[in-house]
Ligand binder design. Sequence first.
Ligand code: ADP
Length: 572
Amino acid sequence: MKIFFRLIALVKPYFWWMALAALIGFATTGSGIGLLMTSAYIIAKAALQPPTGSLQFGIIGVQLFSLGRGVFRYAERLISHNITFRILAKLRLWFYDAIEPLAPARLMHFKSGDLLQRVVDDIQSLENIYTRVLGPPLTALLVAALMWFLLGVYSLQAALLILFFHTLAGIAVPLLTKQLSRGVAIGIMNYKAEQQVLALDLFQGMGELQLYGQLPAHLAAMQNAETGKLQLQRKNAIIEGMHESLTGLLMNGALIAILWVLIPSLATGTGISLTIITLAVMASFEPFLPLPSTLKHLEADQHAGERLFEILDAKPEIVAPTTPLLFPADHAIKLDRLSFTYPGSATKALDRLTFTVLPGEHIAIVGPSGAGKSTITSLFMRFWNSSEGSISIGGNNINLYDPEELRRNIALVSQKTYLFAETIRENLTLAAPDATDNDLKKALTAAGLNHFSSKLDEWCGQHGMKLSGGERQRIAIARVLLQSAPIMILDEATANLDGVTEKEITKTLNTLSEGKTLITITHRLKAMEQYDRILVLEKGRIVEQGVHAELMAGGNLYRRMWELQHTVEIIG
Ligand code: ADP
């Protein structure tokens, strides 16, 4: 129930719109009942062949109610759709705003298909919170109250009877349906989430699945999820059919009981009223039909809310300072006894790391795989927070800067450049939204992609599939150029490239980094002579540092790595 109240709090700003929609919903059903009642009046009265003038009252009623029903229905649809779309827009913005600070540290435990399901389907399910969950009971209550009042004026006994049958239709049947369909809505949602995860894995990992002969097993898992979902949907349809029949049964029961009570009064000449009452009773059950699905949607919405709040309640790894410092012109970097342990890990990824990088200095951080090199990048970019020690730039702890400003001032080229399924232009303006076409073309040319200058509006393909690995890295370089940050971090920037492309890109990067502070992170010892200093990292600690010649002379890990890589290359 706590989740339900949190969801209600989210839609609270639309309270007055919802109240208006419920009132108009009531007016729509009320007009339907009025139409039946006045029609019954005319038919019953006409059977007695009265003067035509005495039917005038009924005729006006039929006209008014039939017109009113159409107009009210239109207005009700208009307002409830308006509410739905407002809620949807609010929920999406609310969710994106809340999820952004959680990336990547808090989101890494979620599968991307599962996250997609939450962003798309769970929010979609919540958008109907008014039309499916809050609106129908309100309308049913108002219509029922109207009926109790009308019948109460006529006969207290009949009013009590309709109250009894309405209670059964409005409370007992929905509760019974809820009991029978317990877990069905959640089960369908879970199957859908599983299908998203499996479908994404299928598209993204098709190559691996085929390579290792796992495609049939994966398809079988998808089939199982589909079968499971279909079974639940079938169960759902049967239960829905049952509740509709039960509501119909109750309506007929109410009719028989009320007629039973009122028929003796026919002797006093109340035949016309009885006809009217009969039709009104039948119509009054209409708003009870959606109630069982209200409870089902309530269950689904609570589950969707739970899944969304699970993400949103996660505390962001980093919090921007309320009054951030301006990024300094002096950007000397200092790491002071910096340690870091990933959550759930027993060993430190970084262990009391201390070093400085002066403005304009070019350093390389090398070491075997798993030594902690990329963790340094993540801490620099504030994807994670350091648990002990500090990183400072310009004498201030980086926590004192606005994380976005910090990231604008540190240009990162990593091993895997993510390209959005957009045009070249959009992939570039990500780094500089205000860049002109001329700026983009200049950056492309400097990054060695001058042939792309005329293709700014060409689509890059899903994940940049239409570009080669080298071209993707060059787009990353063009982004860095547009960003014009004073500090550059190259984190295994050329690791995925073939020898020739690697050489060309390294050349471009060298030109680009002139006059900037450069930190190159790599496990491959190539052209190491160019660095002012090389730090050798092993198990999160600096085990050696110096220039290439000194490290080679030292004969320790660096030399062993260098010899191993160069021997392999010679043999290869
Ligand atoms: P390198 O870049 O030198 O290959 P990393 O910085 O990626 O090394 O990793 C250092 C250590 O931290 C490794 O033992 C690795 O398994 C661990 N590690 C890296 N990323 C995570 C993570 N997101 N969660 C838990 N452990 C991690």
